[in-house]
Design a binder for this molecule. Structure first.
Ligand SMILES: NC(=O)c1ccc[n+]([C@@H]2O[C@H](COP(=O)([O-])OP(=O)(O)OC[C@H]3O[C@@H](n4cnc5c(N)ncnc54)[C@H](O)[C@@H]3O)[C@@H](O)[C@H]2O)c1
Length: 277
């Protein structure tokens, strides 16, 4: 098991009970890290509706549950599209914990689905704003802190299978996740000399709140029952099941550890064999 004792991790979009971000934060805390969970904290207009984003009460519940690991955990509101809020979140992390060693860019929007011809600019901008610009802003300011404190660091972005393959109704999402891979590769080259590794993880379907929403959406779009849709999904995955939150969390914990110190610029699939390139 990776030992992250004494490390400080910040995980974005980690404020929901069933989310990948919480599972990642839990896994890092159980490996010994102190953890900051940063999430939106409130609904914000039609692109960030109630029920699809984390609100303060849920974030605080998640933080309380994570504290049962015995680690210190802080929940912070942060819109990753806003550079001022991003800088404030990093400053607060350092004020509370003294440093920042691990950034996990997990915040993402995957529910604004429409065919290209029907995609509204404001939805496109919201998806790109969180999934790509948010990753850039968080990485920029986390890397500045890591360089200033010395000793290297780890930056890990949760991309997607949609970073490798196209999906209907998801051109904005797919473009943002493909973009994250290019960003990861460039940042890895620049930050390597500082001992900072930059990697992406590409899960296939995981039944989080977002995942459930997507299952409902795609089964309806294909004219299938939910069970028919899920059965077809299981049949195309060589390992016979969709991903679980802990499958991704385990890979993140490995990438965050000393054992992964020679891995950078990668986009690692966690997909039961569904995605192989
Ligand atoms: N669930 C899947 O099947 C799946 C598969 C591959 C990749 N992913 C990716 O994993 C990540 C987590 O997804 P999830 O399935 O746990 O969904 P989720 O909806 O539970 O988590 C996404 C989180 O991002 C937060 N968020 C949204 N906009 C934000 C903003 N502007 N600033 C800060 N936080 C914001 C939301 O509040 C939410 O807590 C996403 O990047 C998603 O694209 C998910």
């Amino acid at each position: 098991m990776s030992d992250l004792t004494g490390k400080v991790a910040l995980v974005t979009g980690a404020g929901r009970h069933r989310g990948l971000g919480k599972a990642i934060a839990q896994r890092l805390a159980s490996a010994g890290a102190e953890v900051v969970i940063a999430d939106l904290g409130r609904p914000l207009g039609p692109q960030f509706p109630s029920g699809l984003v984390a609100e303060t009460a849920e974030m605080e519940e998640v933080a309380a549950e994570l504290r049962q690991s015995g680690r210190r955990v802080l929940a912070l509101p942060c819109d990753v599209r806003d550079e001022g809020q991003v800088e404030a979140a990093i400053r607060r992390t350092v004020a509370e914990f003294g440093r920042l060693d691990i950034l996990v860019n997990n915040a993402g929007v995957g529910y604004l689905m429409a065919q290209v011809t029907e995609t509204r600019l404001e939805d496109w901008s919201a998806v790109l704003g969180v999934n790509l610009t948010g990753v850039f802003l968080m990485t920029k300011h986390a890397a500045r802190q890591m360089i200033a404190q010395g000793g290297g660091g780890r930056i890990i972005t949760i991309a997607s299978q949609a970073a490798k393959s196209g999906f209907p109704y998801a051109s904005a999402y797919t473009a943002s996740k493909h973009g994250v891979i290019g960003f990861t590769r460039s940042a890895a080259i620049e930050l390597g000399p500082h001992g900072i590794t930059v990697n992406a993880v590409c899960p296939n379907h995981v039944t989080t709140d977002l995942g459930s929403w997507q299952n409902q959406f795609f089964s309806r779009a294909l004219g299938q029952t939910l069970e028919e849709y899920l059965e077809a999904m299981r049949r195309r995955i060589p390992l016979g099941r969709p991903g679980r939150q802990e499958d991704t969390a385990n890979v993140v914990a490995f990438l965050a550890s000393d054992e992964a110190n020679y891995i950078t610029g990668e986009a690692i699939n966690v997909s039961g064999g569904e995605e192989m390139h």
